[in-house]
Ligand binder design. Structure first.
Ligand SMILES: [Zn+2]
Length: 276
């Protein structure tokens, strides 16, 4: 049960890292595709022998674009996992939905929520149902603000809604709201345009750092253990955070106990003093 409880949908930065990694491994190469488990046998047969032209991430969705306008769409969901390696692939172990291999590298995909082939109109439809992704150069934050400012829903819930902003999960949302000094329950329509601009810029910065480091760090230098002498965070996710999963512990800025509440079935964490 502990494993189930601690499962977390990967946030957008890890999908952007996968997209970059997969381009590094296969872009420009013909790939051999198979579905050792069988559930993607037909799709793998269509993919096999085609050239991977490019990859991209859109929020938490991973796209491989193959020659012939064929796109592989993967959403890892809660349990999806990708592994890769050099040389010849190992003997298949477990439920491998998709295995890709070139002469030099291999990749295994297990347990995704989505693994499917899309044609160009379906790729467009997927993009259209997602909000702007702070990690994409083509993102238009005004689109998200138009949704937020029309809504009385709590800001945290809006930012977790992938049709409002794509790629942000609980850690980025919780931490960005702390850094902005905004309560997670603030109704969307009370967010000013200036506050949204700052929040967006901060999300871009935090998520870009996370892509570079492969983990989420949100604590400003002045509040790090090295600066304040406090003990570093102990958590298998690594990284220093202000409030995420720190209920009952003192706020790194003001010392107030970090609170936990629930919103639409998800845990929320905030400092009642810093986020009034
Ligand atoms: Zn505080």
């Amino acid at each position: 049960m502990a494993r189930l409880r601690s499962a977390v949908v990967p946030e957008g930065h890890s999908i952007h890292r996968l997209a970059a990694r997969h381009a590094e491994l296969f872009a420009g190469d013909k790939v051999h595709a198979a579905s050792p488990q069988g559930r993607f046998a037909e799709g793998a047969a269509r993919l096999s022998g085609t050239v991977l032209e490019s990859t991209e991430a859109y929020g938490k969705h991973l796209l491989h674009h193959y020659a012939g306008e064929l796109t592989l769409h993967v959403h890892l969901g809660l349990y999806g996992k990708v592994t890769d390696g050099d040389g010849a692939p190992p003997e298949p172990v477990g439920q491998i939905r998709l295995r890709l291999a070139s002469d030099r590298h291999w990749l295994d995909l297990r347990g995704p929520t989505a693994c499917e082939l899309l044609d160009p109109p379906e790729v467009r439809a997927l993009r259209e149902r997602l909000g702007p992704d702070p990690l994409r150069a083509d993102a238009d934050p005004a689109r998200a603000y138009a949704r937020i400012v029309r809504s009385s829903t709590a800001l945290a819930a809006l930012l977790l809604d992938q049709s409002v902003v794509a790629g942000t999960g609980l850690i980025f949302v919780t931490e960005a709201l702390f850094r902005a000094g905004l309560p997670p329950t603030l109704p969307g329509r009370q967010l000013t345009a200036a506050a949204w601009r700052d929040l967006w810029v901060d999300l871009v910065e935090l998520m870009t750092l996370a892509v570079a480091h492969g983990r989420i760090d949100t604590v400003r230098p002045a509040h790090l253990p090295e600066a304040t002498g406090r003990a570093p965070r102990v958590d298998r996710h690594g990284g220093e955070v202000y409030v995420y999963r720190r209920p009952g512990q003192p706020c790194h800025v003001c010392g107030t106990e970090v609170r936990r509440g629930t919103l639409a079935g998800r845990n929320l964490y905030w400092c009642p003093t810093c986020q009034r």
